[in-house]
Design a protein around this ligand. Structure first.
Ligand code: GRF
Length: 210
């Protein structure tokens, strides 16, 4: 059973999807903690309802950046999670946390990286940029986290087709829907030790059915 920590700042629909897959027995893991910077977000509300421990790490609670970052690291070292799952977390993970949990932090991004990623590409900005560029498809990407926004090794992607009648809003809905399938699948694979690193590139080993 893997120990998981989720970081979320927003609605928390990916967090919910992952938790549902745990409750249904699909994912062999347990969420030891939810970390958020926003005490009023949907993810924190869901954690309360579902009986998942949460902690708030933000500037009003820890005004000094160094102390804030050290506190985050200390909390995580106390848990020693096998995997840290960023699910709509709007803050940058401090370098000292990224380094200590190398290859153990994943993020989901609502576009087909390496396109439409990096600083400023979050939320509806991403989908608006995809629409403005006249792309024929978009999708979701799960990637490992390194010190640069959206630049870590790509682990899995799922595409959606953009129809002529799509708007940034309808695209966001389509992408979010596939995120709810893709992210739990990837975390399931991680919990079953099916993420293989070869030449510094991760790959998901598929289950071979007899
Ligand atoms: C998702 O679109 C995800 O790709 C991005 O933030 C959004 C989070 O949505 N990183 P939710 O809070 O899981 O509903």
């Amino acid at each position: 059973m893997k120990v998981l920590t989720v970081f979320a700042s927003g609605g928390g629909s990916n967090f919910k999807a992952i938790h549902h897959s745990i409750v249904s027995g699909e994912i062999h893991g347990e969420i030891a903690l939810l970390v958020s910077n926003n005490p009023n977000c949907g993810a924190v509300k869901y954690a309360d309802e579902a009986g998942i421990t949460h902690t708030i790490i933000n500037q009003s609670r820890y005004p000094e950046k160094k102390y804030r970052d050290d506190t985050m690291l200390e909390i995580l070292l106390g848990i020693e999670p096998d995997l840290i799952i960023l699910a709509g977390y709007m803050k940058k993970i401090p370098d000292k946390v990224v380094n200590r949990f190398n290859k153990k932090i994943v993020n989901i991004h609502p576009a087909l990286l390496p396109k439409f990623g990096g600083k400023g590409y979050y939320g509806m900005n991403v989908h608006q940029a995809v629409m403005n560029a006249g792309e024929e498809k978009s999708g979701a990407t799960v990637h490992f986290v390194n010190e640069e926004y959206d630049k870590g090794s790509i682990l899995a992607q799922e595409e959606v087709i953009i129809e002529p009648q799509d708007t940034a809003k309808s695209l966001a809905e389509k992408v979010l829907k596939i995120e709810h399938e893709l992210y739990p699948q990837v975390i399931k694979a991680y919990c079953e030790d099916r993420i293989i690193w070869k030449n510094n590139q991760p790959k998901i080993e598929e289950v071979i059915e007899n």
